[in-house]
Design a binder for this molecule. Structure first.
Ligand SMILES: NC(=O)C1=CN([C@@H]2O[C@H](COP(=O)(O)OP(=O)(O)OC[C@H]3O[C@@H](n4cnc5c(N)ncnc54)[C@H](OP(=O)(O)O)[C@@H]3O)[C@@H](O)[C@H]2O)C=CC1
Ligand SMILES: CCCCCCCCCCCCCCCC(=O)[C@@H](N)CO
Length: 332
């Protein structure tokens, strides 16, 4: 009887694997492909551009600061694998004016051909207590992190649909999977990308276009160094739960997942747990992934509750410490 049940389970899993090519896309071929990276002049975006260039892609870098763009172009060109490869730089603010973004992408496509892979990596962060964050920071972060990903994607999607191919990556964050102390302005912009990605993926899958959402942990970049200058102690202590990653490592994982057309892209063991735990109604790209979610979700929720308990106690400890030092200040 037991043997029969085991045989049944094994047969079922085998059957699932047989149909799995139906849901797994064909890998994207990077040699000769046109890859556009917004935020490509620094940090994670720069490393993504280098990773794609090393694999033979043509690159368009998008960011505002022209000097930084040119410097990065030179740095990337060191990794060329053939003499046809090109790195194109475009200086534009991805969050200001849709027409402008559409125009520059049209120019890039005239020069390097239709976009095969768009990586939306331009982004920025502001941390602090809710009441201490300037109201216009909430607006600015939503504009850069969210609309700054909508505009380039909206500008390339029609051509991708016509060609019946393409890949779009949204760089969210672990802070786009759970809300944490200090991230009231930042987290919602990263959660928003997930909603956009899910809706868009359902629309464009019949056109053989695949969407990836990446959820990196804290990563050693110029942007991270800037953020750390004003980060509340609570945010620092909570974030230390997971260690700081190198941008090269994060970029390698994102490029691999984009090539494979995986909807979800995470780094490290807590990244893995968070992605399973928050998989909700997001699409799966392989049977294995679906099975892992079904089997692990409950146990990861239990582990997650312990994490949440420790985060709450960090916040309470910091508050008590602050009140104590304020009252000693007064008595002095
Ligand atoms: N580092 C980290 O710990 C993590 C980062 N992330 C996300 O990854 C992405 C990259 O982060 P990171 O590498 O640290 O960032 P950096 O600050 O190092 O680089 C940001 C890049 O985006 C560009 N950029 C910023 N604003 C705009 C804009 N309005 N229009 C066009 N380009 C813009 C910058 O160039 P310029 O200023 O010249 O325009 C630069 O090239 C961000 O979306 C971030 O939220 C997610 C998780 C962790
Ligand atoms: C089973 C559940 C496991 C839970 C583990 C939770 C770990 C939480 C750590 C969160 C770190 C926040 C990263 C934000 C990075 C970011 O986007 C900014 N640095 C951008 O500059």
């Amino acid at each position: 009887m037991l043997l029969l049940a085991a045989a049944f389970v094994v047969g079922f899993v085998l059957l699932l694997y047989m149909v799995s090519p139906l849901i797994s896309p064909k890998p994207l071929k990077l040699p000769g492909a046109h890859v556009v990276v917004t935020g490509g002049s620094s940090g994670i975006g720069k490393c993504i551009a280098i990773e794609c260039y090393k694999q033979g892609a043509f690159i368009t870098l998008i960011a505002r600061d022209e000097n930084k763009l040119l410097q990065t172009k030179k740095e990337i060109e060191k990794y060329s694998i053939n003499d046809k490869q090109v790195v194109l730089c475009i200086s534009v603010d991805v969050s200001k004016d849709y027409e402008q973004v559409e125009n520059v992408l049209k120019q890039a496509q005239e020069k390097l051909g239709p976009v095969d892979l768009l990586v939306n990596c331009a982004g920025t962060s502001v941390t602090g207590k809710f009441e201490a964050i300037e109201v216009n920071s909430f607006e600015r972060l939503m504009a850069v992190n969210y609309l700054g990903s909508v505009y380039p994607s909206r500008a390339v999607i029609s051509t991708m649909k016509e060609r019946r191919m393409g890949r779009i990556v949204f760089v969210s964050s672990q802070a786009g999977q759970l809300g944490l102390f200090g991230y009231t302005a930042y987290s919602p912009t990263k959660f928003a990308l997930r909603g956009l990605a899910e809706a868009l993926q359902m629309e464009v899958k019949p056109y053989n276009i695949y969407v990836t959402v990446a959820y990196p942990p804290d990563t050693d970049t110029p942007g991270f160094a800037e953020e750390s200058k004003t980060k509340p102690l609570e945010t620092k202590l909570i974030s230390e739960t997971s260690s700081v990653c190198q941008a090269e490592q994060v970029a390698r994982v994102i490029v691999k997942d984009a090539i494979q057309g995986n909807f979800n892209s995470s780094v490290g063991s807590d990244g893995y747990m968070l992605s399973i735990l928050t998989s909700g109604m997001s699409p799966v790209t392989s049977i294995t992934e679906g099975l892992q979610q079904v089997v692990c979700m409950g146990i990861f929720r239990i582990i997650g509750l312990f994490y949440l308990g420790s985060f709450d106690s960090i916040v309470r400890r910091c508050m008590m410490q602050r009140e104590k030092s304020e009252s000693t200040d007064k008595t002095e």
